[in-house]
Design a protein around this ligand. Structure first.
Ligand SMILES: [Zn+2]
Ligand SMILES: [Zn+2]
Length: 340
């Protein structure tokens, strides 16, 4: 399947038929290469699904790509954002500026955008140092793991909840809340065409990042949510998937089942790993023992930080399933297996 991945330079805007188009929009300096922005025909002007990264080259690609397809970015009636990440929501504000259209996103991601807007510009150093210490890392060795944050995306004009229909006259585009990758991630079901815009939730080859920040939160279970969201998507049946990265593929249900299986295996390996250790482990120790796409020692600090977030999410799911426990009152936080 990997051979089907093509670099951005080989991507072209496409008419997908049935009043749906795709425009590849580059993500500068990111190995993912590009975001697939979709346009859906509407009597009020096209509705976009996602908008791409906020960068002049990306704007050029989006507006030029729409023009090449016979559409006009200034005629866009609205942008529905699958989730708040900058490769999806980044350009939504600029599209709104030139078109006067609306921006819609799920209320849980809208709440995060409000928080980000409130905290923009404030230092994250203390937050990061504290989080790393509680995870068992030495912040002096790990360096800056959270990277520089892009400016928060534009605040939406409309907030969606699960099951809401997006404002798209003459068609049925329904929001399906699929939390996990972000709390307010949505897939968008074009019910009159058996197509599902999957955002980052279900991609054909890779799996999205699912992490917990700060690492030791025990009041949420993003990976558990993600797997429930995969079940929701498989329940929709073998729809055509229009993802935000990589390529379009058939039968979203089959792929959702496959990704769920991948995480179940990873959870089982992690449970077995903890069961073999007499000593309780920190989140950082667990992250260093898990399998990543390259050896732990070779991961750049930002990637180590994300790997630790994923390790923390898997630990939290095992804890929620009562297969492991976290030790009370210890700093850094430690986990151990529960004998079954
Ligand atoms: Zn994302
Ligand atoms: Zn993405």
């Amino acid at each position: 399947m990997k051979t089907r991945r093509r670099p951005y330079a080989e991507q072209r805007p496409q008419d997908l038929g049935g009043g749906v188009w795709s425009v590849p929009v580059p993500i500068p300096g990111n190995p993912l290469g590009y975001t697939l922005v979709y346009a859906i025909d509407s009597p009020n002007g096209p509705v976009l699904v996602d908008a791409g990264w906020n960068h002049p080259d990306a704007w050029e690609a989006l507006s030029g790509g729409l023009t090449a397809l016979g559409l006009d970015v200034s005629a866009v009636s609205g942008v529905v954002v699958t989730h708040f990440h900058p490769d999806h929501a980044g350009l939504a504000g600029r599209v709104r500026e030139v078109s006067g259209g609306w921006i819609a996103m799920h209320q849980d991601d809208a709440a995060l955008v409000r928080l980000m807007t409130e905290y923009a510009g404030r230092a994250h150093d203390d937050f990061q140092t504290d989080m790393l210490r509680r995870a068992g890392a030495d912040p002096r060795e790990t360096g800056k793991i959270m990277g520089d944050r892009p400016a928060p995306p534009a605040l939406p004009d409309r907030e969606l909840r699960d099951g809401d229909l997006v404002d798209l006259p003459g068609r049925r585009l329904r929001a399906v809340h699929t939390p996990g990758h972000t709390p307010g991630h949505i897939c968008l079901h074009l019910e009159d065409a058996d197509r599902l815009f999957t955002g980052d939730h279900v991609l054909p080859d890779i799996t999205p990042h699912v992490g917990i920040y700060p690492y030791d939160r025990d009041d949420i279970d993003p990976l558990g949510d993600f797997m429930t969201s995969l079940d929701r998507v498989s329940d929709l049946g073998p729809l055509d998937a229009l993802p935000a990265h990589e390529w379009i593929f058939p039968d979203v249900a089959a792929r959702a089942v496959q990704i769920r299986h991948h995480h179940e295996e990873k959870l089982e390996r992690l449970r077995a790993l903890l069961a073999q250790r007499p000593q309780p482990l920190t989140i950082w120790e667990v992250a260093a023992m898990m399998t990543w796409n390259r050896p732990w020692e070779e991961l750049a600090p930002v990637l180590k930080g994300m790997a630790a977030g994923e390790a923390a999410a898997h630990l939290r799911t095992l804890e929620a399933r009562r297969q492991i426990r976290r030790l009370a009152g210890v700093d850094p936080v430690r986990f151990q297996a529960i004998d079954s």
